[in-house]
Design a binder for this molecule. Sequence first.
Ligand code: PLP
Length: 404
Amino acid sequence: MVTVNRNYLKLPGSYLFSTIAKKVSAYQAANPDVEIVRLGIGDVTQPLAPAIIEALHKSVDEMANAETFHGYAPDLGYEFLRSAIAKNDYEARGCQISADEIFVSDGAKSDSGNIQEIFGIDNKVAVCDPVYPVYVDTNVMAGRTGDYNKKNENFDGVIYMPCLEDNGFLPELPVKTPDIIYLCFPNNPSGAAITKDKLQEWVDYANKNGAVIIYDAAYEAYITEENVPHSIYECEGARTCAIELRSFSKNAGFTGVRLGFTVVPKDLVREDVAIHDLWARRHGTKFNGAPYIVQRAGEAVYSPEGKAQLKEQVAYYMRNAHTIYHGLKEAGYSVSGGVNAPYIWLKTPNNMSSWDFFDYLLETAHVVGTPGSGFGAHGEGFFRLTAFGTYENTLEAIRRIKAL
Ligand SMILES: Cc1ncc(COP(=O)(O)O)c(C=O)c1O
């Protein structure tokens, strides 16, 4: 008889956002007249920019003619997109990344979940706590962790790096040396950003210890401060220790369109094996490319019109971030994030648990946020609000919270 992958059984409950969705639907069903404002899940609300829509229309038309039709895309992605990425995201920032080190994908969720596959099962994994849940759950599924530890509310065998108020929500170099280190800056969920000097310490640490950093830069477009790096390759030596994940979801509103990429420098070698070759092999075997029309839409992100329109879109969300941040401060909350990131991280009042505060906010202000404890044990006592709502809804949510 068939056996199942029992590692999946180690995962407690359902995915965080499914739990939230169920709670919100139950509340809405019981209170059909209530208008709920959703600032929970990090999904965008603004339509695709005109330059992107134009590129989509044009490429859809190309698919209607035999001469311009496109079938399977090249394994790594189309050259036109990889070159645009290399030029705009890397060369322009002084990073030495070539087009053939870029692997186009359908988004950073899949890449951040799949990347662990090319590393040995015996590697020790370190994550920030709180953390984007995908990094941990996919390592659990792969069998790279122990069981769920109910007392600690985390998994045995994983190195958790607490990101707390007193360390500015930044991880400290762990006592036990990890092999794979997941870092995400600007951070989801805390909205914290790391300076170039601080990130350089991580790069030096990884190079010294032979570790690999998986750097998730999905929110780099939201950086407003000068000393915050957009890419880990702005740090010296990152080519020999870091993989970078990027997404078009948050900088260009592609959450429903699906596009992302992973950078694996050719200088990243472990056990005499080029990690680039392993990822190329995996990509070629298990992925058949992002759609041509979507890659053309991605190319438009880098056109002069696209850049100008997306700058405005990011500014729209950052106005929300500013509104939430200052509104909550005025209401007496302790808040962080929201300056280089579209997330605001607040301390729950009166030591309420994150889920109690979730219920309280839903029932009294009819506002949905995300309980910090859903991102890890050290998220307990915190709560995340996103800046991805509409401006009107954001204003309304803050008005209601202030009125509590
Ligand atoms: C840190 C982080 N990485 C990756 C993703 C997923 O991005 P994508 O939409 O490209 O799959 C998210 C989405 O919320 C995220 O917060």
